[in-house]
Structure formats: C-alpha cells, structure tokens
Design a protein around this ligand. Sequence first.
Ligand code: GLY
Length: 357
Amino acid sequence: MIQVVEAQAKAKNIVISSGNTTDNGGVNCCAKAYEVVKSGGDTLDAVIAGVNIVELDPNDTSVGYGGLPNEDGVVELDASCIHGPTRRGGAVGAIRGCKTPSKIAKLVLTETDHMMLVGEGASRFARMWGYPEEDLLTERSRLAWRMWKREMRDPNGHTNWESQTDAPPASRKIGSLKKEYPEYEEGLLAWAYEVAIHPPHGTINCIALNEKGEMSAVTTTSGMAWKIAGRLGDSPILGGGLFLDQDVGGAGSTGRGEENIRVCGAHTIVENMRHGMSPKESVLDCLTRVARNFDNDQKRLAAVDLQFYALRKDGEYAGGSLWGPPPNGRGGSRMAVCSDGQPSRLVDTVFLLERKA
Ligand code: GLY
C-alpha cells in the first residue's frame, strides 16, 4: 500500500486549514500561506505567516490576542510547528504576554536543541527574542471571563476541578444579564453567556505542501476557556494537535484537546495514511477511536467538539468532525483550502455522528 501511495504521489502547491470563520480567518490564513508557497518561500514560513493573521485578530477568541483566558483571567497560549524538510519540530505551552506563539514555537525549532518550552521559561524565551510583554485580554474576552466568574456562583456550579466537560447549563434571560452588565449591547452579552456556560476550545491548524514535495504545519490556540492555569491542550503536543512526515503527509486538530490527546490524533492520522488509508478514511478512523473511548455513548459524546484535518503528500486532503451539522446550529465544521488555480475558500468536511433534532 505504501508503494501505491508513493507511485501516485505528485506534489502541488496547496494549503489547508481549519475553518475559523471569524473575520474569514481560515480563508485569509490559507490565502496568505499559499502566496508565500507560490512565490517560492519556505513552507514553514508560509503556514506561520498564515496563522499570524488569526493570532493577531482580536475578534477570534480562540487563538492568540483576544483569546479567552484561564480561570484567573490570564491568557495562556499554546502552539507547535513541524518543518518537513528538516524533520524538526518546536512547541510552546502556556506562554503568556505574546500575541504570536507560533513564532516562538518556530524559534524553539530553529534556535534551540529542545522541542518544547512551557510557562515562565517560554515567556522569558520570547522576551529574549525581542517580543515585548503585552496584555492579550480584550474588552470582549474580559467580559466573557467576568460572566463566567459570575456563573460559577450557581449553587450547582461546575468547576474545572471536576471531571466534566461543561460549565453549568443554567439558562439566563438576556434581560437579567442586561441589568448586571448595562454597559454592553445584547448581542455581545448573549455571546459572552454562551461561551461562559459552554467553554470553547477553538484553535487554528494549517498545513502546506509545495511542488517540490516539501511540507510544514502549525497549530496555535488559546486553549480551553477558563482552564486551570498551566493546562496544556493538544495543540503544543507533537503527535496530538499536530504531526507531519513529508514522506506521507500531515495532520492537525481543533476542538477538545483532552479527547485528542487520548488517541494521539495527528500521529494516528499520519500513520493511517502511511498504511494506505485515504485522508478521509484516516480522519474518520481517528474519530471512531474517540467515540470508542466513550463506549460510543452519544449522550456523553454530545459535549465533545473535535475536528481533524489531513493533507497527504500528493495534495489529497480531508477534514472531519465528530458531529455533523445539527438542527440547533452547534457543532459541525468547514475547513479552508487554497490550491493551484482556485481561490482560497471554505469547503465541507465529513463527520462521524449526526445530531438528532
Ligand atoms: N484544541 C485546543 C485545546 O484543547 O486546547
């Protein structure tokens, strides 16, 4: 099977990423990365330049600047990257005060013989390379954190110290929120309440291939909202939120990192492709492993939001989510892609499970 894949492989210029629809982030990311690849730039420089757009966008509350903070109200970011031609990787975890953790992960890769720096050491490393300490909270993310703190007063309140996935599902009327937060408009309050009771995981993953068959990939995130300080998700874990072997392809993930780490998702998908599965089959197999960890109990899986993305060395790609598009509008996903001859765009992904009405 490996020989078959190699015989068919014909590299082309292509970039894929997670959808990140806020401000068209995924589409803009792929367009930027593609531009770098097309002009002959290095594939790692390309994917980092692409995700930097989303990291610096204060409106994307799952990545970089403006990302939702930890339970102390402090933004802690995770990122990892792999450079296919040199087979090197770098990662940072729980880094503070730096808007573009993907650039620091790249510095770990290029400037050290380590693979991962975390916490205070990672933040100091960024300062040493000239990245000033910056406040990453925006008014929007600060409001959401304040609202989450208030909801924690619920007598049945969930905390991160319990083994559950969601905050209390108490429903609040927008009018009562408006009384407590009179200075904010209703749409913003509704969004803040939603993320307070359903902590999102967000993230962007981006993978590039060029005509020479060179590949690189990056994943960057602010991680799970309201996490315990120091919590690392899957994004900085090479093999979890990101893996790439340019002899085969690359893979990455967005969504609930805890469930991805349990199946070493990105590594599993690349190894599936190595042994002959298509990108789509590889992603669906990985999602099947996640479901199995819940004994395929759809009630317990209902709270899990998880997506995988895969790009094979011949340019074939796929994205897949645990849940398909639901009647109530939550879950399901699209991905972005930019390839020779076509503009950067959103395309549908496959899914494992279907939500019932
Ligand atoms: N996938 C991002 C996280 O769970 O931190």
